[in-house]
Design a protein around this ligand. Structure first.
Ligand code: ZN
Length: 323
């Protein structure tokens, strides 16, 4: 009996996280991410290394597209097994993958038009990698799991999801694999968050493993503490208000938007900035914020405190969700 791990992405590059675990009985994927580096996007179009229908299951660590963005293609090409993820990850992935499908459709239409105009052809057909409808088709495959609860994901493999503190619902995955009469433990860190982030609980620590596959994107950098960085934001807001200006903040729909609402709300209630009108102008950010509101059990102590006092970081006077 042997256990094999094959690194199908996010090796010598950042995106496209995908790991194939093979035992005598099982083949499963941990993550199924899209390549987002421009120079590597060709790889999204290449055939899968093994037939999708031969996989017994897929485990998704979190809802970022570089960890789940190839799922619709996998399902379109025959995978029909369970996709294990936390509830928040499944709900956010449904939104972000449908959006990714829409973008793929728009991209293909744009490319087709441009190529017609310029009279040229490229290597790949001008069709979307997958459509919004393909993305919606994965919805019934999600099997949601709770943190810290060991779940059978294949005949000889169990998975335990540990909070990774990276984005809402994110997890490190601890796999226990039966090998003859012994057990091997392999931990996939997924993307890891820092301590003392707003809203999110600190990452859980895993005590023991035979092998650890760990992300290292920012491994050589020291991040500025987010609470310190937020004070800079308050300073900029105050300067701009004094000059009579408006502030436009480009923001990721997942986590960054909710972090900003958290800090703006806190600054206003502490009197660090004046009461302002705040507009969230993104249907995707609005839908994801709704998921944050529906899962207070994932909040850290400070954010839970707001909820216990009858308020919410995502609701305040002057906040407009511009759907
Ligand atoms: Zn991530």
């Amino acid at each position: 009996m042997s256990i094999e791990i094959q690194f199908l992405g996010a090796a010598r590059n950042v995106t496209g996280s995908r790991y194939l675990i093979k035992t005598d009985h099982t083949q499963l994927l941990v993550d199924c991410g899209l390549y987002q580096e421009r120079r590597l996007q060709d790889r999204n179009w290449q055939p899968f290394e093994i037939p999708p229908q031969s996989l017994s299951s897929v485990i998704i660590s979190h809802a970022h597209i570089d960890h789940c963005g190839l799922l619709p293609k996998l399902v379109k090409e025959g995978f029909a097994g369970p996709v294990f993820a936390t509830e928040a990850t499944a709900e956010i992935a449904r939104i972000s993958l449908t959006d990714a499908g829409k973008l793929q459709e728009e991209d293909a239409a744009f490319k087709k038009k441009r190529h017609e105009r310029e009279g040229r052809k490229t290597k790949y057909p001008e069709i979307p990698l997958y459509t919004a409808e393909d993305a919606r088709a994965i919805s019934p495959l999600f099997k949601t799991v709770e943190y810290s609860r060991e779940t059978a994901v294949a005949e000889d493999i169990t998975a335990t999801f540990h909070n990774a503190g990276h984005v809402f619902g994110s997890a490190s995955i601890e796999l226990k694999i039966q090998e003859n009469h012994r057990q091997k433990v392999i931990v996939f860190s997924g993307d890891l968050g820092n301590w003392d982030r707003p809203i999110l609980k600190n990452p859980d620590l895993v005590n023991q493993a035979d092998y650890v596959v760990i992300e290292s994107t920012y491994g050589d950098r020291t991040h500025q503490d987010i609470n310190e960085a937020s004070l800079k934001l308050a300073e900029i807001i105050n300067q701009t208000v004094q000059l009579g200006g408006n502030i436009v903040i480009p923001s990721f729909a997942l986590e960054r938007t909710q972090d900003l609402l958290f800090f703006l709300n806190r600054f206003m209630s502490e009197g660090k900035i004046p009461r302002l009108k705040v507009f969230v102008d993104s249907p995707m950010a609005i839908s994801i914020t709704k998921i944050f509101k529906e899962h207070p059990e994932l909040y850290d102590r400070e954010t839970s405190g707001w909820v216990n006092n009858g308020s919410s970081p995502f609701e305040f006077e002057g906040l407009f969700m511009s759907n």
